[in-house]
Design a protein around this ligand. Structure first.
Ligand code: SF4
Length: 330
């Protein structure tokens, strides 16, 4: 591993100043992804800035029934918070669907948002990868792509975002708060993540020198009836092949409100707005749901290895919404 420095600033202003002065620095919270990548030689920072003592570890109520989750909150604490479990069950379920108990005890909310793709070639420094080494090529295009994207990919990269929590946050319309030397900023989570385009080395729109400080989750009545489902190769400690975060409000068998986001299908958490628009005002029935999800997937471009994801999305979304509707009727 390349030698690196270590600093533990005493407050957020000092951390932001240090990060601005050192473009080769990386922010360290739980380190569950960053340190692995450093061991592999994928990340080679000259300095780690430890933000664990900056007091960003609270979950606070916001106006309108929303919550502000500090970026340093550990995934286990978020999943176990009674307010989160009651008002945003899909968020707690998504966090519990990710990683192992040990990793969740270490991993932070901010780090969870910024985790890197698990594309095999990204982690293998002997192979070309545009995300790791811009301009070097994409080994996955003619290689192993079973886990990779079917939506929003480019000729430069077909990687998927590997996380679960951010998929739930996308369905909830969350906002990401971050700090730079110019002050505090807040951005919608769907504007935080980006498609790969010609610059797959950039996972997000977070500007250089920024530190994520919190996530804002708005209070929505539809959130209380919500869930997260994950299709994966084994039940524990595996990344999702396809995941769905869903919230549903039904009256007399008709959809009044719905939130849908997909994981494991794109470079970003994929908010299924087209499907949502198709579903509102329609009965909760297999045919209507399949029509909606087919509209969402109309631009899917799977590889021969991952074409199975298209019918898997259809079945996972249909089963999830039917189950939520059945619970709504109890
Ligand atoms: Fe790299 Fe993206 Fe291609 Fe994977 S899909 S090899 S991450 S450029």
């Amino acid at each position: 591993m390349k030698p690196f420095g270590y600093e533990r600033p005493v407050d957020l202003a000092a951390a932001v100043t240090l990060l601005a002065e050192r473009p080769d620095a990386r922010v360290l919270a739980g380190g569950t992804n960053l340190v692995d990548l450093m061991r592999l030689g994928v990340e080679r920072p000259g300095l780690l800035i430890d933000v664990n003592r900056l007091g960003m570890d609270g979950i606070e109520p916001m106006a309108g029934g929303g919550i502000r989750i500090g970026a340093g909150v550990r995934n286990s604490d978020l999943a176990g918070d009674i307010g989160v479990r009651t008002a945003f069950p899909l968020l707690a379920e998504a966090v519990l669907a990710g990683a192992s108990g040990q990793l969740r005890n270490m991993a932070s909310v901010g780090g969870n948002l910024l985790q890197r793709t698990r594309c095999l070639y990204f982690a293998d420094t002997s192979k070309p990868c545009n995300k790791r080494e811009p301009g070097s090529g994409c080994s996955a295009l003619a290689g192993s792509s079973r886990e990779l994207a079917v939506l929003g990919a480019s000729e430069s990269c077909i990687a998927t975002f590997p996380g679960d929590m951010a998929v739930a946050l996308s369905a909830l319309g969350a906002r990401v708060e971050f700090q730079t030397e110019r002050g505090e900023h807040v951005v919608d989570i769907d504007d935080f993540y980006r498609d790969p385009g010609d610059h797959p080395e950039l996972d997000t729109t977070l500007p250089p020198g920024a530190i994520i400080t919190a996530v804002h989750v708005p209070g929505l009545p539809v959130s209380a009836r919500s869930t997260y489902r994950k299709a994966r190769d084994r039940r524990s400690f595996a990344f999702g092949l396809v995941t769905v975060a869903a919230a549903l409000e039904v009256d007399d068998g008709i959809v009044q409100g719905v939130r849908l986001a997909l994981g494991g299908v794109a470079h970003r958490p994929w908010r299924a707005r087209r499907a949502e628009a198709e579903l509102v005002g329609r009965p909760v029935a297999v045919a209507a749901i399949e029509r909606a999800i087919d509209a969402e997937l109309s631009e899917a471009r799977p590889t021969p290895e991952n074409a199975f994801k298209v019918p898997l999305v259809r079945r996972l979304v249909t089963g999830t919404l039917l189950r939520l509707a059945a619970e709504d009727g109890r």
